[in-house]
Design a protein around this ligand. Sequence first.
Ligand SMILES: NC(=O)c1ccc[n+]([C@@H]2O[C@H](COP(=O)([O-])OP(=O)(O)OC[C@H]3O[C@@H](n4cnc5c(N)ncnc54)[C@H](O)[C@@H]3O)[C@@H](O)[C@H]2O)c1
Length: 319
Amino acid sequence: MRLLVTGGLGFIGSNFIQYWFGRHPRDSIINLDKVTYAADFANVSNVDERCNYSFIKGDICDRRLIKRLAADVDAIINFAAETHVDNSIRNSDDFVKSNILGVHSILNAVKETEVRFHQVSTDEVYGSLPLHSKLKFTERSRYNPNNPYSASKAAADHLVNSYYNTYKLPVTISNCSNNFGPNQHPEKLIPKVITSALFDKKIPIYGDGMQVRDWIYVEDHCSALEIIIKKGAYGDTYLVSSNSEAHNIEIVKKLLKMLGKDTSLLQFVADRPGHDVRYALDPSKIRRELKWAPKYTLSGGLKLTMDHYISNIGRYAAT
Ligand SMILES: NC(=O)c1ccc[n+]([C@@H]2O[C@H](COP(=O)([O-])OP(=O)(O)OC[C@H]3O[C@@H](n4cnc5c(N)ncnc54)[C@H](O)[C@@H]3O)[C@@H](O)[C@H]2O)c1
C-alpha cells in the first residue's frame, strides 16, 4: 500500500510508521507534519533513510496540498492534531483549526479522490463516567465532550460521519483510550513522571490523583489501526482499549517503584478545571468483528516505556 500518514512526527503517528514498516517493509509512506512543538524528528530517525519513506512539512488545513497528495496514495491515516488538554484550556484556536478545519480539509480531498481515510480519535469525545461504576462506553454511547480538546475531536468525528452519510465515502473512525509508550511528549502523565523522577524533579499530581484512565500500550493501538485500515467497514466506528483501567496515582506510584524513587517527589496541585474523572471503553466490537486483541499488559508496557526514556534521556533532558 501507499500511505499518507499525517502527524507522523508525533507520538502515535511515529510509532505507527515504525510498526507499519516492520510489518509491510515494501509499502511506502509519506509523512506530512506541520512540525509543531509536539513533533520530534528523532521519533522517525530509524526510518529516515528508507527510499519508500518521505517527509513533507505541511499543514492538513492546506487543501491543495492534501488533494495533491491524496491522489497518489491508497489510504490516509490522520494523526495530526493538537492534543494537550491543558493547552486547549489556555487557548483553543489551534485546536479548532487543526482538529476540525484540518479534518474538513482532508474530507474534501477524500470526496474528490475517493481514497480510503481513517480518522484517529479519542475516548474523550464521550466525556466522563462515574468514578465508582462498572459502566463502559460503547460505539452507541452519546458524545459528551467536556473540554475544548475533546470537543474539537468530537466535531471532527461528526464531520467524518456526516461525509459518510452524505457522500458514502470510504471512511472509518477509531476512538482509542489513553496511549503510552516510546516517543510520547513529556507534557503527558507517564513520560512526565518518568523524566521528572529520573532528574529528581517534583511530579505534579492533579487533585487527589484518583482519576481513572484506561491505558493501552501504543503498539496495541497501532495493530488495531492496521486491522481497521485493512478490514474495517466503511462508515463504521471502532472503540480500541485493552481494558487496563487504573487510577492516575496508582500508575505514578508504580512507576516510582520501578524507578527506585520514593513518593516524596509527588506534589499535589489544584485539579484541572472540568477534569473528567473516569474513562473506560468496551472494545467488544473490534475484538469480535475484526479479531483484534492487544498483546501487552500494563506492567509489560510500562517497563518498555521506562526503558525507552532511560536509554534516550538526553533527548528529554530539557523538557
Ligand atoms: N495520546 C493519546 O493517548 C491518544 C489517545 C486517543 C487518540 N489520540 C489521537 O491520536 C492522534 C495522535 O496523538 P498523539 O498523542 O500522537 O499527538 P502528538 O501531539 O504527539 O502529535 C501530533 C502531531 O501532529 C502534528 N500536527 C499538529 N497539527 C498539525 C496540522 N495542522 N497539520 C499537520 N500536522 C499537525 C504535530 O506536529 C505532531 O507531530 C491525535 O489525533 C489524538 O487526538 C491520542
